[in-house]
Design a protein around this ligand. Sequence first.
Ligand SMILES: Cc1ncc(COP(=O)(O)O)c(C=O)c1O
Length: 465
Amino acid sequence: MKQAYRDRQDTIAILNTLLDAEQERYRATHPRSQQAWQQGKQHFLYGGPSHWMRRWAGGFPIYADEAIGAHIRDIDGRDYVDFCLGDTGGMCGHAPEAVTDAALRQLKRGATTMLPTEDSLWVGAELSRRFGPHYWTLTTSATDANRAAIRIARMITGRRKVLVFSGCYHGGVEEAHVEIREGRVGLRNMIHPNGIDHDSVSRVVEFNDLAALEAALSEDDVACVLTEPLMTNFGMIPVDPGFHRALRDLTRRAGAVLIIDETHTLSSGLGGCTRALGLEPDIFVAGKAIAGGIPAGIFGLSPDIAERLWAIVPHVNPRERQSAHLGFGGTLAGNALTLATMRAVLEKVLTPANYERMIATATQLANEARRLIEGHGLPWHVTQIGARAEIMFMPKPPRSGADVIAGRQPYLETLLHAFYMNEGILVTPFHTMLLMCPATSVQDAERHTSVLGRFIELLHESGAI
Ligand SMILES: Cc1ncc(COP(=O)(O)O)c(C=O)c1O
């Protein structure tokens, strides 16, 4: 293997020159998107309707004209293979027929009524069949589902602290905006404390560190541990064998509620990692793709946790005009449109056959990327879990957020992302994660292989590696 790549000053200078050239190429080939972006900045706080949209490495986002299956066409008429898939919100593929038909049917029959529809009965039963017997609630986002799960954990334990793993992301959840800084609870980059004393509401340890976890749970003040089954938001950080068994034992012993957030790891297979790894969450959370791109989140309470909640807030007797505030849920949560599309997703899109297809395509893409990396002797690696793969510029998979911080190559990553955009590939702008949908084809994966090959050639020719 070659000498490990490092962000030495001379290498950084080469990478910056290459990035300038890629951004110039991007501007030249995306005139309409560039003009739209200038216009957007006049009206939107951070240029686009969501601040996340400003993060694309070309310098501005492409403006989407049409998204169908695994492809997006932009307003400059360029075609992309979309491995970003709406940062997982589009994991069903764009405009899948079953979801579109269900949405249109339901829109014509009423989108939201504050009443359940019969679709909800089918969906509730199917969620329990996939993820284990739980009592479910819908929200409009995974963020909202996590917030509700935390609130319930605090209600039933009477405790305050939320324990998360350094490098996590669970949406706009105050308690989870933390990471380890100099051995203590620190705030994530750019996060304002927002009037919250994070020391008193959060505890944070490194992923896969069982000794630290045990110590952090020993003070009997942790209401819940909130975690993904493996970390997907700081590069992919695989989970050590035995970690989940120990996590479950430790949380039970400490009386802390275990919240498993499968918002991203739904891509692992039919029942997420919960089913694949035999996890036993007290509260199961998911969102993003679960309703085919219509905003939705879900959280499910195990029967034991539900009993404990009902002991505090019983089922309402409609004869009593009592307050019905639970402190979570929104007016549009569980609306008829969402239930109709969620049913279509579970019945017709995220099926065993489609998972098999998505995982096979991800395996092809990951193997080809590994072949290129090994062929060129590069100190990089590829992690693949289910339908999701990640290329990381470090020799082996990180075990924790600290490993990611120590090993990441931000200049190289930005350059790759800009190069991808110029070559018709979209990946999530935040790291190099590639997600497959049922419509992602063998040819789409091959396009990625050839673009990655050209990128490596560019690095060789420029002397960056
Ligand atoms: C694991 C996880 N949970 C929750 C969320 C929040 O999802 P949303 O922004 O749709 O509320 C995200 C978003 O990236 C996530 O990755």
